[in-house]
Design a protein. Sequence first.
Length: 79
Amino acid sequence: MPKGPKGEKRPADVIGNAVKIAQIATGEIGDDVTDDGKNKAAQELGRKGGKARALKLTPEERSEVARIAANARWRKKGN
């Protein structure tokens, strides 16, 4: 049986998968979502970090960071 992105079991056939999704949507069965073991508060802080850093940087610093990132992407694309 195939596994979903977080390791949960899902039916291999299309019809079986459609039936399972319909049962979850109608509330016949529960969607067994597993805990990924990550701290939710830490995840939230991590999402805020990029915006906070961008606000602290001067326009010149942001431009330099963007230039370095673009060069890295182009180097990676050339391989």
